[in-house]
Ligand binder design. Structure first.
Ligand code: APR
Ligand code: ZN
Length: 232
C-alpha cells in the first residue's frame, strides 16, 4: 500500500489547508518562483510569511491521522508516504525519512538556489527580523529560499521518480486529505489506478478523482484512521 497525503491530513494539527473555506489561498496569493527570483519585495514578503508562521507550520504537532500512517509504516503495511505537505509531520510522527517522498519540498529548512547549500531557518531569522537582511547564501551569495517547491518551480526529479515507482508497484493507493487539483502530484493516484491498484480516497469534500476511486469516504481523517488502524 502507498499512502498519498495532502494538506487535509494536517488540519487537525492546526495547519490550515489551501482550498477549504478560509484556507491559505483565500487569505493570500501564492508567490510564484519567478516572482521570488525577480523581485526583492516578493522575497521580503515570502520570508515575512515564512518567519511569521502564517502558514501554521511552526510548533505544529502530528495528529491521529499522522500517527495512524506511521503505524501502518511501522507494521510494514505501507511502503511509502507520498506527501504534498511541507510540514515534516509524517517524519515527526515516526515515519522513517527514507519512506517519506516530499513532492513539494519541506518548510523546516532553506537552501541556496544556486549551489544548493542547506541553511537552517534559525540562523536566518534574526538578521531578517532585526535588520531586514534578506537571506543570501553564506557560501556563494546566491538567493536562499525555504526548501518548499513554489508554483512555477521545477519539481524534485528524484522524488517524482520514486513516487512513480511506488505508484506503479502498489496494489492499494490510499489518498488522505487532498483536493487532487494540483498536477503533477495529483497524477499519481490515477497512475496507480490505471495500473490496476485499488484507489481509496478519504477526504472531507468530494475530489476531482472520486469518479475513478474504488472507494470514497467523505470523512474526517483523524477519527476514521484512528478507528481503522487502532491508534489514538
Ligand atoms: N479530514 C478529511 N479531509 C480534510 C480534512 C480533515 N480533517 N481537512 C481538510 N480536508 C480536505 C479538504 O476538504 C480539502 O479537499 O483536504 C483537502 C485539502 O485540499 P487542498 O487544501 O487543496 O490541499 P492539497 O490538496 O494538499 O493542495 C495541493 O496545492 O497549493 C498547493 O503546494 C500546495 O501542496 C499543496 C497543493
Ligand atoms: Zn550558494
Amino acid at each position: 500500500m502507498v499512502v498519498f497525503t495532502g494538506a487535509g491530513v494536517s488540519t487537525e494539527s492546526g495547519i490550515p489547508d489551501f482550498r477549504s473555506p478560509g484556507g491559505v489561498w483565500s487569505r493570500m496569493k501564492p508567490i510564484y518562483f519567478q516572482e521570488f527570483v525577480a523581485s526583492e519585495d516578493k522575497r521580503r514578503e515570502a520570508w515575512t510569511r515564512a518567519f511569521s508562521g502564517v502558514a501554521g507550520w511552526v510548533g505544529a504537532e502530528p495528529n491521529a491521522g499522522h500517527r495512524a500512517v506511521a503505524k501502518l509504516a511501522a507494521e510494514g503495511k505501507c511502503s511509502a508516504v507520498i506527501t504534498q505537505n511541507v510540514d515534516n509531520l509524517h517524519q515527526d510522527a515516526g515515519v522513517p525519512a527514507h519512506q517519506v517522498i516530499e513532492l513539494h519540498g519541506n518548510a523546516s529548512y532553506a537552501a541556496c538556489l544556486d549551489c544548493g547549500l542547506r541553511h537552517e531557518l534559525a540562523d536566518l531569522k534574526g538578521p531578517f527580523l532585526e535588520r531586514g537582511e534578506i537571506p543570501a547564501c553564506r557560501s556563494c551569495s546566491g538567493l536562499v529560499k525555504t526548501a518548499v517547491v513554489s508554483f512555477g518551480q521545477p519539481m524534485p526529479e528524484a522524488a517524482m521518480a520514486r513516487a512513480e515507482e511506488e505508484a506503479l508497484a502498489c496494489d492499494l493507493f490510499l489518498v488522505l486529505g487532498s483536493s487532487l487539483v494540483v498536477y503533477p502530484a495529483a497524477g499519481f493516484p490515477l497512475m496507480a489506478r490505471r495500473n490496476g491498484a485499488a484507489l481509496v480516497i478519504v477526504n472531507r469534500e468530494p475530489t476531482e478523482q472520486d469518479g475513478y476511486a474504488t472507494l470514497v469516504l467523505h470523512e474526517e481523517i483523524g477519527p476514521l484512521m484512528s478507528a481503522v488502524v487502532g491508534v489514538n
